[in-house]
Design a protein around this ligand. Structure first.
Ligand code: ZN
Length: 453
């Protein structure tokens, strides 16, 4: 598949939506560690942003005119006359005539300033390329681009042959000696050659520019631009021709996905670009709300490019604080339980709190996967354990990423308090109920605690 097809196929494949459930699954797979430190809010809808990365290459033709007036011997004079008379376009490649080179070799006409009006006229016509129709120029190319080295073009309408302005074409000028006698000397300006020629020309120069752009129609997400440029522009971006204005070709054909950004591209390339090549990639980004389980802050997270190179970005500005709905009811019993345990914060009680938490986590991960609801329950619960340091809380939260319950030791089943053990057993049942079904491995842990009572 060529690059253009690839770009369009990517754009289409990317045009999918993502539910909060799918997003959560992807986040879990891509960044399991971060996933365990956040609770994704199911109640807030995912919002899609279509970021567009563009790498633009542009070539612009700049024209700068020059004129040369020289004394011309008959053969050179004839060449200029022929050039003026010949039929064809307004510009003639210098390399076909070598006229400019010959004019450079011929003696420069020192009263050159007399021809400043010609120079001004050519300058107005050519500089900036206002009146240069590129259909009349055959520029050098390299592949599908303009080559760095371009030929010089002679402007036929601004070439001329005239009598020497000093001697009026006579080849001699009068001088008077000290006795008042008038005599003739060879014209010092044209050296007696009598004729002067003017050749006007310009050499196009190619100005190239290459730049990156990131744009998003749906608005922008703070700090995301550098993430896009650093990680999501794709491998080896090969551009596709969108604009051609040289050698008589005028074609503008921007791909649909980047149409909204054409003005922005033109702001940077200038209006009269001869070539615009663009590589682009649409990078869908999905925002969601999450709560950091340790700091309690509610923030906006972004899942970047989920269909190709998913990346989780969590460092965004916080939004308004709020308690997630839905989790609250499920929390009631567990909260009350840990609340009562926490009241007397002796060493033994603290050990029992940690045992309870480890067992509840073990039940949650026992079937190999932690459901979002289970995780929300447990992370909020662990957060509520005021007796634990944040380091201890973090250690417990890390267990939520365990592949199974094998982290449990015999010690986890040896409660100091019979009441705490019985309460823990009841809460374990609740955690499995959130799940809907009780797996064998869950049942095994519950049975083991029950037998230890
Ligand atoms: Zn002269």
């Amino acid at each position: 598949m060529n690059t253009l097809d690839q770009m369009l196929a990517d754009a289409q494949a990317n045009n999918r939506m993502l539910t909060i459930g799918q997003l959560t699954e992807i986040v879990k797979t891509v960044s399991p560690k971060e996933y365990n430190s956040i609770i994704i809010d199911n109640a807030v809808a995912v919002k899609r942003y279509n970021y567009c990365y563009m790498n633009v290459f542009t070539q612009k033709i700049e024209y700068k005119s020059e004129s040369r007036t020289s004394v011309v011997e008959p053969p050179l004079e004839q060449q200029i006359v022929n050039l003026i008379r010949q039929s064809g376009g307004p510009f003639v490649r210098e390399d076909e005539t070598r006229l400019v080179a010959q004019m450079e070799k011929a003696p420069k006409f020192s009263s050159d300033r007399l021809f400043s009006s010609t120079r001004k006229k050519v300058s107005e016509m050519v500089n900036g390329g206002r009146d240069v129709n590129h259909g009349y120029l055959t520029l050098n190319t390299e592949g599908d681009k303009l080559a760095a080295k371009q030929p010089t073009f002679i402007v036929r309408s601004e070439c001329s042959v005239n009598d020497c302005t000093e001697c009026k074409g006579l080849g001699v000028v009068p001088r008077t000696n000290k006795d008042g006698v008038v005599f003739q000397i060879e014209c010092p300006e044209c050296k007696g050659v009598r004729r002067i020629g003017t050749v006007s020309y310009f050499t196009p120069s190619i100005v190239e520019k290459k730049f990156d752009m990131v744009r998003c129609q749906e608005g922008s997400i703070e700090n995301l631009k550098s993430v896009i440029i650093d990680n999501h522009k794709g491998i080896d971006p090969a551009p596709v021709r969108m604009v051609t204005h040289f050698n008589g070709i005028d074609r503008e054909d921007f791909d649909e996905p980047i149409l909204p950004f054409v003005d922005a591209i033109r702001d940077k390339t200038g209006e009269n670009a001869a070539v615009i090549d663009v590589y682009y990639r649409i990078i869908p980004c999905f925002t969601f709300q999450y709560r950091n389980v340790l700091t309690s802050e509610v923030r906006t997270g972004v899942l970047v490019d989920p269909f190709r190179e998913p990346e989780l970005v969590l460092t965004l500005e916080s939004t308004s604080r709020k308690i997630f709905s839905g989790v609250k009811d499920g929390m009631k019993n567990i909260n009350r339980f840990f609340g009562s345990l926490g009241k007397s914060s002796g060493y033994k009680e603290k050990e029992d709190v940690r045992r309870s938490a480890r067992l509840l986590i073990a039940v949650a991960v026992a079937d190999g996967k932690v459901r979002e609801e289970e995780k929300q329950l447990l992370t909020l619960t662990i957060q509520k354990m005021n007796d634990l340091t944040s380091g201890e809380q973090r250690d417990l939260l890390a267990l939520l990423g365990s592949p199974d319950s094998s982290f449990l030791t015999d010690d986890d089943f040896k409660f100091h308090s019979q009441t705490a053990a019985e309460e823990t057993l009841a809460r374990m049942h609740e955690v499995t109920e959130v799940d809907g079904e009780v797996s064998d491995s869950e049942r095994e842990i519950i049975e083991r605690l029950r037998l230890s009572l």
